[in-house]
Design a protein around this ligand. Sequence first.
Ligand SMILES: N[C@@H](CCC(=O)N[C@@H](CS)C(=O)NCC(=O)O)C(=O)O
Length: 219
Amino acid sequence: MTIKLYGAALSPFVRKTRVALALKGIEYESVHVDPTSLPEGYEKISPMKRIPALEVDGQFLADSAAICAWAEKINPEPALYPTDAMELGRTVWFERFVDYDLAMRCTFAVFRNRVVMRLIGKECDEEKVQHALETTIPPLFEYLDGELKGREFLVGDSMTIADIALASQLVNFRHGGESVDAGKYPHLAAHVQHMHALEPFAKTIEKESGFVQKVLGNQ
Ligand SMILES: N[C@@H](CCC(=O)N[C@@H](CS)C(=O)NCC(=O)O)C(=O)O
C-alpha cells in the first residue's frame, strides 16, 4: 500500500492525523502542502482545498476525521474509537466539537492572529484574540473541564481520537502564547498537560515551538 499524507506543520488537523497514524504504526510519505499556495489540481485530492488529505494507492480522502476513521480500520490497534455505542457517539461528538467549535476560537482566532498573520507578514488583530480569550473560549473550556472531572480521558478509560483532537488544537493555543488556566479549569489543564507530555505530541511540540519562536522573534 502506498500512502501519502498531504499537509503542513502547525496545522492542528494535520498534527491530529499524524499522531493517530504514528500511534497505529501506519507509515506514509509526507507531502508538504501549504494551504496559502496550493499545488495545481489539489481540488482533486481535497475538494474543499484543505489539509490534511490522504492518498492511498491513487484514492483520496479529505478531512482529518475521515483519515483517522480509515486508519482505525486499517490498523485497529490501539483502538482510538470505542466499541460501545454511546461511547462511540460521544467520541464522535467531542471530535466534532473540538475540530469545529473549539478550533474556531483557539486556532482560528488566537493562533491564526498571533502566529500565522505574522508568518505571512500581516498584523495580528489583538482585539479578536482578546474577544476569544475573554468571551468565546471560557464557556467551551468550562464545558470540557466539567466533562473531564474525575476522568483521565474524555470518553471511557483509554485515549480516543477525541483526546487527540483536543490536545492537538491546544498545541496551537500554546503556540499562540496561551495556556489553559489550571486555577479555573483544573481538569482540562491536567488533561492537556498529560497529553502534551506523551509521544508523539512531546517531540512534535518541541520541534514546532522552535519554529514558532523564530517566527515571533523575527518581528
Ligand atoms: N475539518 C477539517 C479542517 C481542515 C482545515 O481547516 N485545514 C486548514 C489548515 S489548518 C486549511 O486547509 N485551510 C485552508 C482553507 O480552508 O482554505 C479537518 O479536520 O481536516
